[in-house]
Design a protein around this ligand. Structure first.
Ligand code: GLY
Length: 369
């Protein structure tokens, strides 16, 4: 199966998905939603990746038809969380980057502004969920937010206002201090006293246990710190990403396919999560570019190992299917999208394959075509 086959499948999905957003799989099809959840950016993101690779206008036409729904979402304040970064980086920023559309740029900047308002200066973190200051969620920082910092760094690059990047860097430093462990592993979420900013302690949400290792969270560490390093030039972030990558590889089962948590006891449900290794592979390919010598080669090999395992086991070969990658798990505890397609996994899988092919636009770092 070639990259071209996957790109054709994405084109084939444009019509059935029209105006809606794929989230998790249901057999060989995707469940479609309106623009009201954290996953909505990944489908336009896949379309923009494909457009950048093929320059086939059909992908751009399909992708840009989604911009209005992202404007509406901000207007109506639909489910506004830290995920503004995921959402607007892969929709509005990607559109601006590839087409120069000023309306898309303005929308992405508006989203960055909204995201910056979730910063909690006392604890120096971006509040993940709930309304700012919410009694239950106000003190919570989560590992996934590392992925949302790209929008803030980009906003500083675009506007010249240092505030966005300062917030991103403060959040990255707090994450490195409290959510990344000594051994390079990570906690999914961590609470602070939201009045004093004092650290309270970790609490998982999607992992098996507070002290286990949620697989996708570990991938967010790798990718997120590489992006922060690319924007800031801070070698400590590269080191954090490198240690996280080594930890990820060390905890994998022999077949190199992650389960939803990398530290599951024997009695726990052993669901796969291919999205975790797709994200990790894409992050490692970026990380290799920040390393030198043996470490660079080693990380590149890790990425190859992960992608080979994914290609062999989980690449969807049914020509009528809608997904690219089988075996994702969105939320094991809630039984949402367990061992199904997962649009987030599909996105990073294609990013990694395009990076391996040597032609991938960078929607997370400094703009490249
Ligand atoms: N950012 C939510 C997740 O990774 O499931």
């Amino acid at each position: 199966m070639t990259l071209d086959t996957l790109l054709r499948r994405i084109k084939q999905n444009c019509e059935p998905f029209q105006g809606q957003f794929p989230t998790v799989g249901d057999g060989t099809r995707y469940r479609l939603t309106v623009n009201d959840n954290w996953l909505a950016g990944f489908w336009p993101g896949l379309l923009w990746l494909t457009y950048a690779h093929t320059r086939d206008q059909a992908f751009a036409v399909c992708a840009q038809s989604y911009l209005a729904s992202f404007r509406q979402r901000l207007d109506d304040r639909v489910h506004i969380t830290h995920d503004l970064g995921f959402l607007y980086t892969l929709s509005a920023r990607a559109q601006w980057q590839l087409t120069g559309n000023e309306e898309a740029r303005a929308l992405a900047l508006r989203a960055a502004d909204e995201l910056s308002q979730r910063y909690r200066p006392n604890g120096r973190y971006i509040q993940a969920w709930g309304a700012v200051g919410d009694p239950e969620q106000g003190g919570r920082a989560i590992i996934d937010t590392m992925m949302n910092l790209a929008l803030l760094y980009w906003a500083t690059d675009q506007t010249g206002s240092p505030r966005y990047a300062e917030i991103a860097t403060a959040h990255a430093d707090t994450t490195a201090q409290y959510l990344v462990r000594e051994d390079g592993g990570s906690y999914h979420t961590f609470f602070f006293d939201q009045e004093t900013g004092e650290p309270i302690g970790p609490q998982t949400h999607q992992g098996y246990a507070d002290d286990s290792l949620w697989a996708r969270g570990q991938s967010w560490v790798i990718f997120g710190f590489v992006v922060a390093a690319a924007w800031t030039g801070n070698g400590r972030y590269t080191q954090t990403a490198y240690q996280a990558a080594e930890r990820f590889m060390a905890e994998l089962p022999e077949n190199k396919l992650p389960l939803w948590d990398l530290r599951l006891p024997p009695g726990a449900p052993h669901y796969p999560d291919t999205s975790a290794s797709a994200i990790a592979a894409a992050g490692m390919l970026r990380l290799a570019g920040q390393l030198e010598g043996a470490a660079r080669e080693q990380v590149r090999q890790h990425a190859g190992t992960l992608l080979n395992a994914l290609n062999a086991c989980c690449l969807e070969t049914d020509p009528a299917a809608q997904g690219l990658l089988r075996g994702g798990t969105y939320h094991a505890h809630k039984q949402l999208g367990v061992d199904e397609y997962f649009i987030c996994g599909d996105y990073y899988y294609l990013e990694a394959l395009l990076m391996q092919a040597g032609h991938c636009p960078d929607f997370w770092g400094k703009p490249t075509a």
